[in-house]
Ligand binder design. Structure first.
Ligand SMILES: NC(=O)c1ccc[n+]([C@@H]2O[C@H](COP(=O)([O-])OP(=O)(O)OC[C@H]3O[C@@H](n4cnc5c(N)ncnc54)[C@H](O)[C@@H]3O)[C@@H](O)[C@H]2O)c1
Length: 386
């Protein structure tokens, strides 16, 4: 394998044109985009102009891309429902896999993806790029340094997330389709869950949540209010396609970290306004963090992620954002949906026998929950919403 790894990208929508391709282009000594696939010619036309690819380098059928001998890494950037099929075919063809989030929509499929990549001897990474944001890295290192003592609680608000339509003509509304997306705003923004865990330094062990749709999103969650419990700190993570505020507060035994985005908005859709450390003795300190919003903050975080992934492939080690991380984030999300349906706390990891592990969000309407559950009242996640 050459030192410059050759990438083929499946799915040429917003994430590819705005973020992945610009990030790859910043790493010419690590990666080179050699091929693209999309079912829609207009999407291919827009994307191929970015790296400047010839006719022979693009195709409509992702299977043709996966079969190409000149591709080392398959970047899976389609709507979520297709991730597992493409990733498994890529692994079977001996390609490394860098998969968009959510890793897939069903935990049993994610487990199989991880096993197949391991068996094929290829590296599987997930685009958990928010872990590379400067404010997340800063919070993680402040907590790890002991400056705020032992973390006790976190309040993490992302209630003003814009609802972005897909770029493909035929799949424009995939974020509102529970089977295509795997859920609603929470699965789309599962970034908020894994960054919370990174910032408090612990993975969720139990999850409880309230979720609801709204007039524009009658079949999926447009708001998700979640509690992530560990045997140490607890976190409230609130996510919504709404007008609500954004901000992060992490309190420890000796002090707290507070982050605000401009105008009380939700980052990274608006730039960070401030990051402050407050100590119990009354002292405060402003943390010097780069203040950028989309698209720069994403492109930069993705460049770091790709750099790590390429190094991991060449060194034969795990990347920093592994398939196991993808599976865990998916399970925390689905545990939140199950909790909202059942009206009780749900433990993670889910048991392999759990219908939600086996079938993902399709199992949620079948759970025997109370009538007052908004999931039941609003018929959320119904496979046939009519
Ligand atoms: N990591 C991040 O920060 C981030 C940001 C945005 C989106 N995403 C993720 O990236 C993925 C794509 O999201 P998006 O916003 O680019 O969506 P999008 O709808 O804009 O793009 C999806 C593309 O996939 C194409 N596609 C659909 N079916 C296909 C098939 N069978 N074969 C080939 N191409 C096919 C569509 O034509 C479209 O061009 C999703 O998993 C989403 O969650 C991640």
């Amino acid at each position: 394998m050459s030192r410059v790894l050759r990438v083929g990208v499946v799915g040429c929508g917003n994430v590819t044109t705005r973020f992945h391709l610009p990030a790859y282009l910043q790493l010419p000594d690590r990666v080179r985009v050699v091929s693209l696939a999309d079912v829609e010619p207009a999407r291919i036309a827009e994307a191929r102009a970015i790296p400047g690819l010839a006719d022979a380098s693009v195709q409509a059928d992702w299977r043709d891309l996966v079969a190409r001998p000149d591709v080392d890494i398959v970047d899976v950037a389609t709507p979520p429902r297709l991730h597992a099929e493409v990733a498994e075919a890529a692994a079977a063809a001996g390609k490394h896999v860098l998969c968009e989030k959510p890793i897939t929509t069903v935990p049993a499929e994610a487990t199989r993806m991880i096993e197949r990549c391991r068996a094929a001897g290829v590296t599987l990474g997930v685009w958990h790029n928010w872990a590379f944001y400067p404010e997340v890295l800063a919070a993680e290192s402040i907590v790890a340094s002991g400056e705020i003592g032992t973390p006790r609680l976190a309040l993490v608000d992302y209630l003003g997330v814009p609802d972005i339509k897909g770029a493909g003509e035929t799949t424009r509304a995939w974020r509102h389709d529970p089977m295509a997306a795997g859920g609603g705003v929470l699965i789309d923004m599962l970034h908020c869950l894994y960054i919370t865990e990174r910032m408090i330094g612990r993975d969720a062990q139990r999850v409880s949540a309230w979720v609801a749709g709204d007039a524009d999103h009658p079949h999926v969650d447009a708001t998700a209010l979640c509690r992530l419990e560990t045997d140490g700190p607890v976190a409230l993570v609130n996510v919504g396609w709404g007008l609500g505020p954004g901000g992060v507060f992490i309190e420890g035994t000796e002090g707290a970290i507070e982050m605000r985005w401009q105008g009380g908005g939700t980052g990274p859709f608006v730039p960070l306004a401030s990051m402050t450390v407050r100590r119990r003795d009354g002292g405060t300190r402003e943390v010097d963090v780069e203040k950028r919003a989309l698209p720069e903050i994403h492109v930069d975080a993705m460049r770091r992620l790709v750099e790590d992934f390429a190094d991991a492939v060449l060194a034969g080690r795990d990347s920093r954002m592994t398939g196991a991380d993808g599976l865990h984030a998916l399970e925390v999300t689905l545990a939140a949906y199950a909790s909202a349906a059942l009206g009780r706390t749900v433990e993670v990891p889910l048991s392999p026998d759990d219908p939600v592990h086996r079938d993902g969000v399709a199992a949620i309407p079948r759970l025997a929950g109370p009538d007052w559950s908004p999931v039941r009242r609003q018929h959320l996640y119904a496979t046939d919403p009519s």
